[in-house]
Design a protein around this ligand. Structure first.
Ligand code: SF4
Length: 257
């Protein structure tokens, strides 16, 4: 628990309770969100990695803004498990970028989660499901594989930010969902904050950013963004969808990174 002790000098009673596993995830998230609501991204990460060490993973799309969070985690502990969702519909540039970034940052535990082959064969034999039923496509290619990949973990780290969508406007640094803690160290960051961080540490951008893609997901559901459009305007354009479903419960519709 050293990193938590480093943050403010001493473990709070709440942190002691968390360490002993005496309170449920909902109560943990409320307590941690209150304690770290104005903390830096690095301090939120240090606390999370310390509190949930060995039981926490970073989930990364290796997209347009992912290098900042990956770098921050690698600076603290390069052996932190990093889960990458290979949906089978990604740009080849994303796969190459993942390999290059992981090598450069020295990540030692990169895990690739893939959809179940039988489910893909059953639901998407013609690879057109993204156009027919994008919610189902996201479920078999993202939600279901991530559920499986997260089974060994009690907490996970995301790169979500409040400015990205109305559904994220009230995002807190710590949340609880489905019995797990979700950590959002960059909740308060802007696009400029990410750009400044990448510049400061000379981190390579995703190659498609310069080609007009400020937000990058799967190939069938990502289009170029015109000047003046929102950065996420090219995600699921015309499909009536703004999240892939990873971050919202089924009854609220949708889920995504
Ligand atoms: Fe399918 Fe598009 Fe979702 Fe990717 S983003 S899983 S292609 S619907």
């Amino acid at each position: 628990m050293d990193s938590v002790l480093d943050y403010d000098g001493a473990a709070s009673p709440m942190e002691s309770l968390l360490v002993e596993g005496n309170i449920d995830p909902e109560a943990q998230a409320i307590a941690l969100a209150a304690q770290y609501h104005v903390a830096s991204a690095q301090d939120i990460l240090k606390a999370a990695l310390s509190l949930y060490g060995g039981r926490i993973a970073l989930v990364s799309s290796f997209g347009a803004e992912s290098a900042a969070l990956l770098h921050m985690v690698a600076e603290i502990d390069r052996s932190t498990p990093v889960i990458f969702l290979d949906t089978g519909r990604l740009f080849s540039q994303t796969l190459l970028y993942r390999n290059e970034l992981a090598r450069r940052l020295g990540l030692t535990d990169l895990r690739t989660a893939k959809p179940r082959a039988a489910l893909v064969q059953q639901e998407d034999p013609d690879r057109l499901l993204a156009y027919r039923d994008p919610d189902m496509c996201c479920w078999i290619r993202k939600v279901d594989p991530l559920d499986t990949a997260l089974e060994p973990f009690s907490a996970w780290i995301t790169g979500r930010k409040r400015h990205q969508a109305a559904t994220r406007a009230a995002l807190k640094p710590f949340e609880a969902e489905s019995g797990r803690i979700k950590v959002n160290p960059l909740a308060g960051w802007t696009t400029q904050d990410v750009t400044d961080y990448l510049d400061r540490y000379d981190l390579p951008p995703h190659p498609l950013v310069a080609d007009g893609y400020p937000s990058i997901g799967c190939m069938p559901c990502t289009s170029r963004v015109a000047e003046g459009e929102d950065a996420r305007a090219g995600r699921w354009r015309g499909k009536g969808k703004i999240e892939c479903g990873i971050h919202v419960t089924p009854e609220k519709s949708g889920s995504g990174i």
